[in-house]
Design a protein around this ligand. Structure first.
Ligand SMILES: *Cc1c(COP(=O)(O)O)cnc(C)c1O
Length: 409
C-alpha cells in the first residue's frame, strides 16, 4: 500500500531540490578516461578517481577479458560455500605481498570491507577512535558495532590523545571482559581524506597507538597505487609499514577502476574476518574477471605502471604550480592528485563548475553538507591519463572563468 507514502516521498525529494543538494548524474557514453563524451559533448574529465588512467585502458580490458575466458562470468556463491577460485586466493596472496602485510581478504567493495570489519573484531566495552572526516563506509561500519565511539577532530592529535586517555583511565586495560579478553582499542582513519586530499598523520597516530595500546586501521582507498615512493600507500609515505594493523582499500580507484575491495593486515585478524565477517560470509564472491584484472594490476604495477605513477606526479605538480601562480587558493598538502580549488561561497562553486563545463572542462563543485559551510570548492583530480595539452586547456579555462567570476585578478 504505497498510496499514503507517495506524497511523503515526493515531499522528501522536493526538500532535496530546495536544499540545493540534488545530485544530477551525468551520463558518459563510451569509456572512462581523460576525454569523455557526456550528452554528445566532448569533455576533459577532471573529477574521476582514475588516478593512473587504468579504468578505460586497453591493459585492464585485456586482463579482464583473459580472466573472463579462464574463469567464466561468476561464481554464484559466497566464498566459503563454493565461491573461492584460484584467482581469489592468488589475488589475496598478491595483495599481502604488494602491501607488505601478512594476509588479505577480498570483498566486493571497500564499502563492504569497512562495514564487515568493526562489528566483527570489536564488541561492547571496546572503543573505537575515528577521525571526524572519515569516509561514510567507516562511519557506517562503526555504527554497526557495539564498541564505544570516540570521534576526534580532524587530524587533531591532541584531541585523539585526550580521548585515548579518557577511555584508558576509565577502563584500565587489559581488564577481562565477559568473554575473557581485555578491552580492545582501535584507531580508524582514512589514509587520504577525499575532500581536501590531505594525508592522515600516520606517524603520530601509530605513536599514540603504541603509547595507549591501541590497534590502527587505515582505509587507503585514495592512496593505494598513488602515494609513497613505490605507490603502495599513505602508509609507505609515512614510513609506518609495521605500525598499521589493518589496511582496507579498493580496486575501484587507482588500482583499476572497476571495483573490488579488501582488508589486509595481521594474519590473526584476517583469519578471524574469514570466519566471522558478515559482508564476506553472506555476499557473493568478487567476480573472477575483476579479480583477475586486479591481480594483473598488482603483479605488473612496478614494471608496467610505474611510469604512469611518475606521469601522475608530474601532472599534479604541473597543475598545482600553474594554478598557484594564477592566484587560486588550493587545498590539500600537494602530494595527492586531489587538488581542491577553494572558493568559499556555495554559489560561486556551483557557478564556476557550470562555467567550466561550458568550456569543456568537467569538474564538480562541492558544497555544504559535503564540506563545511563557507568552504565550498571545486575538487580537481589529476590523472596519468591527462596530457600536457589537457592540463593546459584546463588551466586556461580556470584562468578565464576565474577572472570572469573575480576569483583571481
Ligand atoms: C571510495 C572509497 C571507499 C569505497 O570504495 P568502494 O570499493 O567503491 O566501495 C571507501 N573508503 C574510502 C576512503 C573511499 O575513498
Amino acid at each position: 500500500m504505497f498510496t499514503n507514502y507517495k506524497s511523503q516521498f515526493e515531499k522528501d525529494l522536493e526538500d532535496i531540490h530546495l536544499a540545493g543538494t540534488w545530485k544530477e548524474e551525468k551520463t558518459i557514453s563510451g569509456k572512462q578516461g581523460a576525454e569523455i563524451e557526456v550528452d554528445g559533448k566532448q569533455l576533459l574529465n577532471f573529477c574521476g578517481n582514475n588516478y593512473l588512467g587504468l579504468a578505460g585502458s586497453e591493459e585492464m580490458q585485456t586482463a579482464a577479458a583473459d580472466g573472463l575466458e579462464r574463469y567464466g562470468f561468476g561464481m554464484a556463491s559466497v566464498r566459503f560455500i563454493c565461491g573461492t577460485g584460484t584467482v581469489h586466493k592468488d589475488l589475496e596472496a598478491e595483495i599481502a605481498k604488494f602491501f607488505g602485510t601478512e594476509d588479505a581478504i577480498l570483498y566486493t567493495s571497500c564499502f563492504d570491507a569497512n562495514t564487515g570489519l568493526f562489528e566483527t573484531i570489536l564488541q561492547e566495552g571496546d572503543a573505537i577512535f575515528s577521525d571526524e572526516l572519515n569516509h561514510a563506509s567507516i562511519i557506517d561500519g562503526v555504527r554497526l558495532c557495539k564498541a564505544e565511539r570516540f570521534r576526534y577532530k580532524h587530524s587533531d592529535m591532541g584531541d585523539l590523545e585526550e580521548k585515548l586517555k579518557e577511555f584508558s583511565s576509565r577502563s584500565p586495560s587489559p581488564s577481562p571482559s565477559p568473554q575473557g579478553r581485555g578491552k580492545r582499542m582501535l584507531i580508524a582513519t582514512d589514509g587520504v581524506f577525499s575532500m581536501d586530499g590531505d594525508t592522515a598523520k600516520l606517524k603520530e597516530i601509530c605513536d599514540l597507538a603504541d603509547k595507549y595500546g591501541a590497534m590502527v586501521m587505515v582505509d587507503d582507498s585514495h592512496a593505494s597505487g598513488v602515494l609513497g615512493k613505490t605507490g603502495r600507500s599513505s602508509i609507505e609515505q609515512a614510513g609506518v609499514m609495521g605500525g598499521v594493523d589493518i589496511l582496507t582499500s579498493t580496486f575501484g580507484k587507482a588500482l583499476g577502476g572497476a571495483g573490488g575491495g579488501f582488508t589486509a593486515g595481521r594474519k590473526e585478524i584476517i583469519e578471524y574476518l574469514r570466519q566471522r565477517s558478515r559482508t564476506s560470509l553472506f555476499s557473493n564472491s568478487l567476480p573472477p574477471m575483476i579479480a583477475a584484472a586486479a591481480l594483473y594490476t598488482l603483479k605488473n604495477f612496478d614494471i608496467e605502471f610505474s611510469t604512469r605513477l611518475e606521469t601522475l606526479r608530474d601532472n599534479t605538480n604541473y597543475f598545482r604550480s600553474a594554478m598557484d601562480k594564477l592566484g587560486f587558493k588550493l587545498g590539500g598538502d600537494g602530494k595527492h592528485p586531489i587538488t581542491p580549488v577553494m572558493l568559499g561561497e556555495e554559489k560561486l562553486a556551483f557557478d564556476m563548475a557550470g562555467a567550466l563545463f561550458k568550456k569543456g572542462i568537467y569538474v564538480r563543485g562541492f558544497t555544504y553538507p559535503v564540506v563545511p559551510k563557507g568552504k565550498a570548492r571545486i575538487r580537481v583530480q589529476l590523472s596519468a591519463a591527462h596530457t600536457r595539452e589537457h592540463l593546459d586547456k584546463a588551466i586556461a579555462a580556470f584562468e578565464e572563468v576565474g577572472r570572469e567570476l573575480k576569483v583571481i585578478n
